[in-house]
Design a binder for this molecule. Structure first.
Ligand SMILES: Cc1cc2nc3c(=O)[nH]c(=O)nc-3n(C[C@H](O)[C@H](O)[C@H](O)COP(=O)(O)O)c2cc1C
Length: 240
């Protein structure tokens, strides 16, 4: 199985979210072929809105940068794992830039449907893209994922036009770099690895698994203490 991780954290390998993503991928076992694209180390220019990709009929973008290379990796993958932090209830800017630059992957003609998520939409140029499995892994800094992720989930539903994807959303992201609590963190990551194994076998997660990995890792009181200590200015940061 070919797995493509698209890491949309500006912190690259220091990303909290990548702790979850790496545990999930470990669950696929050693036979999985894994490739990672670091979005913040890639040259992704913003879409200029020129519509060359549609007007020329070529589906090619007028901008020459790393996006074409990323699109060909997406085409070659069986499972695409989008890994990114929540930024202001949405995606970080480089992730949004890549989403905007996906216009060439779609045809200009308008399709319509009765499904509210697909009311009017643009079909993919290469319809085999819809056979790929998409997993969205994200962490955020607050205590709970609800309502933090509600805007992002609506956004993704509209972009994907009601097509299924597997969201793995984790609040309390600072837990992955805090000194404590090791036991709860390791237990959560062990559950994520099991979820990865389940996904590699069934290409989806059961409702029980989703429920298990969606629970906040710490209570709000426990996380409150951890977060307050974490943000306390340290002497080495210039604090007192
Ligand atoms: C610019 C910025 C915006 C953020 N916005 C939110 C937010 O809207 N809600 C939230 O819960 N956390 C927010 N956070 C916290 C991050 O989502 C959280 O620290 C996350 O775990 C970082 O993941 P990463 O290490 O993979 O980049 C924000 C952080 C930054 C730097």
């Amino acid at each position: 199985m070919n797995l493509l991780i698209i890491n949309g954290s500006p912190k690259a390998e220091r990303s909290h979210t990548m702790h979850i993503t790496n545990a999930f991928v470990r669950g696929f076992g050693e036979d999985a072929r894994v490739e990672t694209v670091e979005l913040y180390r890639s040259d992704i220019k913003p879409c200029t809105g020129c519509f060359y990709c549609w007007k020329s009929g070529t589906g090619k973008c007028a901008i020459s940068d790393d996006v074409r290379r990323i699109h060909s990796k997406i085409t070659a993958a069986d499972v695409i794992i989008f890994s990114f932090p929540l930024y202001f209830f949405g995606v970080p800017s480089q992730v949004k830039a890549l989403i905007d630059r996906s216009l060439p992957l779609m045809v200009p003609y308008m399709s319509t449907s009765d499904d509210p998520h697909r009311a009017s939409f643009h079909e993919f140029r290469d319809t085999s893209i819809t056979d790929k499995k998409l997993v969205v892994i994200s962490s955020c800094g607050y205590v709970e994922t609800e309502p933090m992720y509600s805007a992002l989930l609506t956004h993704l539903d509209l972009i994907l036009r009601g097509r299924k994807y597997t969201p793995i959303l984790c609040a309390q992201g600072e837990i992955f770099i805090a000194e404590h609590p090791i036991r709860q963190r390791e237990s959560y990551l062990a559950d994520i690895e099991k979820a990865g194994r389940e996904f590699s076998e069934n290409l989806c997660l059961s409702d029980e698994t989703i429920e298990k990995i969606s629970k906040p890792i710490l209570t709000s009181k426990g996380f409150g203490i951890l977060a307050s200590n974490h943000w306390l200015p340290k002497k080495e940061d210039g604090g007192h």
